[in-house]
Design a protein around this ligand. Structure first.
Ligand SMILES: O=P(O)(O)OP(=O)(O)OP(=O)(O)OC[C@H]1O[C@@H](n2cnc3c(O)ncnc32)[C@H](O)[C@@H]1O
Ligand SMILES: [Mg+2]
Length: 198
């Protein structure tokens, strides 16, 4: 990679875009967001993070022919059988109301009567190259669901997720602290190590 590298980021989520931009800026890669390029948001029809990440990267590649990065991620709660998982964005409804989505997780845990609050954030990043070849890498971080939500930073479900070994939620951490621990930080580190540091 060098300073001339520009990748398309096949995401419409501003929180993700900000985090990925910060991580890749340090590597000399500039990202162009899907909205900036007026790319459509494809329907996420696959049943795995890998499948949906691949689908989003491919769709952006078909539209641009450029190197395209995508991110499919979510919060999987053990006592809820992995839900909301790949449906994490959909649990927030059309209005993308994450206060409501976090309350839904809390209510589902109460209804399950499970004492186990273990959850993991999962992120799969996929990279589609100009020749159409595709690779993907997964990152995870294990923690627990807390209630009530705490903190103002981050996005999505950050305010109810406290990574194991820490006493603050992701929403109470700086962007740098979150990146060092997060599913997204880990997935991107795996991609960069495997694809660009041989
Ligand atoms: O598909 P794109 O356009 O990238 O944007 P999206 O928001 O729909 O993204 P996903 O389909 O991958 O859904 C993942 C959801 O999981 C949540 N999520 C993922 N990573 C998160 C993080 O680091 N912190 C908090 N919530 C996160 C967040 O609410 C996302 O909307
Ligand atoms: Mg999505």
């Amino acid at each position: 990679m060098n300073e001339q590298d520009t990748w398309v980021l096949a995401s419409h989520n501003p929180g993700k875009i900000k985090e990925l931009q910060a991580m890749l800026h340090a590597r000399g890669v500039t990202l162009k967001g899907a909205a900036e390029l007026a790319l459509d948001e494809p329907e996420e029809t696959e049943s795995t993070f890998e499948g949906n990440a691949a689908l989003k990267a491919k769709a952006a590649w078909q539209a641009t022919g450029l190197t395209c990065l995508s991110d499919d991620s979510g919060l999987s709660v053990d006592a809820l059988g992995g839900e909301p998982g790949i449906y994490s964005a959909r649990w927030a409804g059309e209005a993308r109301d994450f206060d409501r989505a976090m309350a839904r997780v809390h209510e589902a845990l109460l209804a399950s009567a499970a004492a186990d609050r273990t959850a993991r954030f999962v992120c799969v990043v996929a990279l589609c190259r100009p020749d159409g070849t595709l690779v993907h890498y997964r990152g995870e971080v294990v923690g627990e669901i807390v209630w009530p939500p705490r903190g103002e930073a981050g996005f999505g479900y950050d305010a109810i997720f406290q990574p194991h070994g820490h006493d603050r939620t992701f929403a109470e951490m700086s962007a740098v602290e979150k990146r060092a621990l997060s599913h997204r930080g880990r997935a991107l580190a795996a991609l960069l190590a495997a694809e660009f540091e041989q």
